[in-house]
Design a protein. Structure first.
Length: 458
């Protein structure tokens, strides 16, 4: 018996199924960018450096502390830790204590109906030897699930930070557009009053008054949609913070928010080490690979050891001091013989799940490269658009100044002024959108590059 046990322990070094090896993917040297885009900056740093606005930083911190999705992710991490402990438990012997009391009455025909009491106290041991790595492969899959749960927290953090930043930028932008619209409405109300006075004096016709009313109505038409958008962004931001819908006050002006326009190169090798979704996809492949080992080990014999040792006594009070020692040791071997192809089919299915996980991993890597390339280009184009829109705003302002001057000198009619006002108003709103899009592009690139901090730093 001791030799057999020693042999079994030696065999537990075996592991059925393939050991994991990271797939070799044909990755480019660098993310694809157009030739006219210069990659000037370093990789994106931690979020506090990317998003420097103090108000936004405070909102992000509150979100990281209170967001409900993050709380769920942390709970799932604790669940995965418990699952790993359970998966590893069969690697060790299971020891239980049990006690039993029995009263037996003999037949009156054979033993005068005598009654006999028996009390037993036993220690029970059971242990299935992991000769083929069945349990170790299951533990390997559980460990991959634990690491995936850890990376899921980082993924949600990166996504949450980007989402809070995006909601904040949208809120600031729409608030400024509301201010511009209210200012424009006030200006056009005053202009309408002047036109009505001039019409009453017979200086101008009613056509100019009608034109002023149309211009005022056009500006007023913008306001309800903008007000609704502000409420939606405020509620969206509050939800991300784990709070009930409410107004968000104290936001910084868009022009005062620091704007980082450098374009980080972000090489693919570094991307693979940092993007949470890529790591999660690879850990899914690790778990699927381990499951192949579990299914393969299930084809081989299962060896288990069981035993018990304890005392037996006729009196409960003497149970622990009784000289009635009892013990038993058993080794059992179970070899699957016929199961209608169930276990072979399970192994085939495990290989297919592994193949699906590898394809999903490859697709995630390619998708990440696509997202980074698109995000880099979007940031570069948003910088160009903001600059051109600023020039348009400046030109429209000058156009309005000259048109107003010519109208006051009687050179042009009021329709020329209204056209200049309309173009300047539209240019102001467009410039707010363009600057907002610059900030949104940075937030998107931050998410695309995986956040800019490693798990150890978070």
């Amino acid at each position: 018996m001791p030799r057999l046990i020693a042999l079994c322990l030696l065999l537990t070094g075996c592991m059925a199924g393939p050991d994991y090896e990271r797939p070799v993917l044909p990755l480019p040297e660098q993310h694809r960018v157009d030739a006219d885009i210069e990659l000037t900056g370093d990789e994106l740093p931690q979020w506090q450096v990317v998003f420097q606005d103090p108000v936004l930083q405070g909102l992000i911190q509150r979100g990281l502390e209170n967001n409900l999705d993050l709380a769920v992710a942390r709970s799932r991490l604790r669940e995965a830790e418990a699952a790993l402990t359970r998966a590893r438990a069969p690697l060790y012997p299971s020891i239980d204590l049990g006690t039993e009391g029995e009263r037996e009455r003999e037949s009156e025909l054979t033993d005068a109906g005598a009654t006999e009491d028996t009390y037993t106290f036993l220690g029970l041991l059971s242990w299935e030897l992991d000769i083929w790595g069945f349990t170790r492969r299951r533990a390997e899959a559980a460990e991959a699930a634990l690491q995936s749960a850890q990376w899921s927290i980082y993924a949600r953090q990166v996504s949450l930070i980007g989402a809070i930043a995006a909601s904040y930028y949208n809120l600031v932008a729409v608030s400024e557009q509301i201010d511009v619209t209210n200012s424009t409405i006030a200006t056009r109300v005053q202009a309408l009053k002047i036109q009505e006075l001039r019409n009453a004096s017979g200086v101008i016709s009613g056509l100019a008054v009608a034109q002023a009313k149309v211009a005022l109505a056009e500006a007023e038409q913008q306001l309800p949609t903008l007000l609704n958008s502000r409420l939606v962004f405020e509620n969206q931001l509050r939800r991300l913070l784990g709070e009930a819908p409410a107004a968000v006050t104290g936001t910084t002006a868009l022009e005062d928010i620091p704007l980082e326009t450098g374009l980080p190169p972000g090489l693919p090798a570094e991307l693979l080490e940092r993007r949470p979704d890529v790591r999660i996809a690879e850990l899914g492949l690790v778990a699927a690979n381990a499951s192949v080992g579990v299914a393969k080990a299930d084809l081989f014999p299962r060896v288990s050891l069981t035993g018990s040792f304890g005392n037996e006594s006729a009196e409960l009070s003497d149970l622990l001091d009784s000289a009635g020692r009892a013990w038993i040791a058993t080794i059992g071997v179970v070899q699957p013989v016929f199961n209608a192809g169930d276990r072979r089919a399970a192994l085939t299915a495990a290989w297919e799940v592994r193949e699906q996980a590898q394809l999903a991993y490859t697709d995630t890597v390619l998708g990440s490269l696509e997202e980074v390339s698109n995000s880099i280009d979007r940031l570069a184009r948003s910088n160009e658009l903001s600059a051109s829109t600023a020039r348009l705003r400046d030109a429209s302002r000058e156009y309005l100044r000259l048109a107003s001057l010519r109208y006051n000198n009687g050179v042009i009619d009021y329709i020329g002024v209204l056209d200049a006002q309309r173009q300047y108003f539209d240019a102001e709103l467009s410039l707010i959108d363009a600057v907002r899009d610059q900030h949104l592009s940075i937030a998107q690139l931050y998410r695309a590059l995986g956040g800019g901090w490693t798990p150890e730093e978070s």
